[in-house]
Design a protein around this ligand. Structure first.
Ligand code: ADP
Length: 228
């Protein structure tokens, strides 16, 4: 069982690392941000008004209610493809979510490892303001650090890249505030509760190197070896 929780500020590289990890470990990538955006698009399991409220919350850079996210994650992790493990990205994000999630894991005898991607604040700002996403395949780019081969087009499928609504500057500030206020205390809680937390310095190293450090931390040599 590989239960990996990627923890870090917006822009710390959770999505990029999650993609690399899931390819190697053959477990699903469970991203609460992606799931929420998907649900809103398709209005899954909710009325139109609720989808609109949720979209407004996310566009403002604030957090969606614990109740909604807790149930969504528990249902997703109970699906058959997550039986051998998962890479969780974006959860838990509040202390209440963390308490509930730890109890959920303990109830199933699952021993998770939390990877904290630690990144300098100024690097975060530069990354978030330059971020572009392919709306078709989800590949992430950055105009400064990892541009596509052809300006503003996805390398894989040629689709025009987009800036996520919540990657605009005032919203970025809100998201970082929400992180400091609500999410950083989760780390303190996890450490105090004696959970396994590994800190990985992810400020300056390219994604491949960060990935190798994670591979070492979770003792999966096969992942780092494949990419050498
Ligand atoms: P980032 O980590 O870059 O902020 P995400 O895609 O993980 O981006 O999340 C986007 C938004 O989705 C958040 O700003 C928040 O509104 C909502 N969200 C995602 N995960 C959670 C969560 N665990 N609890 C509450 N809201 C969440």
């Amino acid at each position: 069982m590989k239960a990996i929780v990627l923890f870090g500020s917006p822009g710390s590289g959770k999505g990029t690392q999650a993609k690399l990890l899931t390819e190697c470990l053959a477990v699903p990538h469970v991203s609460t941000g992606d799931m929420l955006r998907g649900r809103i698009r398709q209005e899954v399991g909710m009325a139109k008004e609720m989808a609109a409220t949720m979209a407004a919350t996310m566009q403002a850079g604030a957090l969606v209610s614990d109740q909604v996210v807790d149930v969504m994650v528990e249902e997703r992790l109970s699906e058959a493809d997550a039986a051998q493990g998962f890479v969780l990205d974006g959860y838990p994000r509040t202390r209440a979510q963390a308490e509930r999630f730890c109890a959920w894991l303990d109830g199933r005898g699952i021993r998770e490892v939390v990877i904290h991607l630690a990144v300098d604040y100024n690097v975060i700002i530069a990354r978030l303001t330059g971020r572009r996403e392919c709306p078709r395949c989800g590949t992430l780019y950055n105009v400064a650090f990892h541009p596509p081969k052809v300006d503003e087009l996805c390398d894989l499928d040629g689709e025009a890249l987009v800036v996520r609504d919540d990657d605009r500057e005032p919203v970025i500030r809100e998201r970082l505030d929400a992180y400091e206020r609500q999410t950083r205390p989760v780390l303190e809680y996890l450490l105090a509760a004696g959970r396994r937390v590994v800190e990985v310095d992810a400020s300056n190293d390219p994604p491949d190197l960060v990935y190798r450090k994670i591979g070492q931390a979770i003792e999966t040599d096969d992942c780092s070896q494949n990419r050498r």
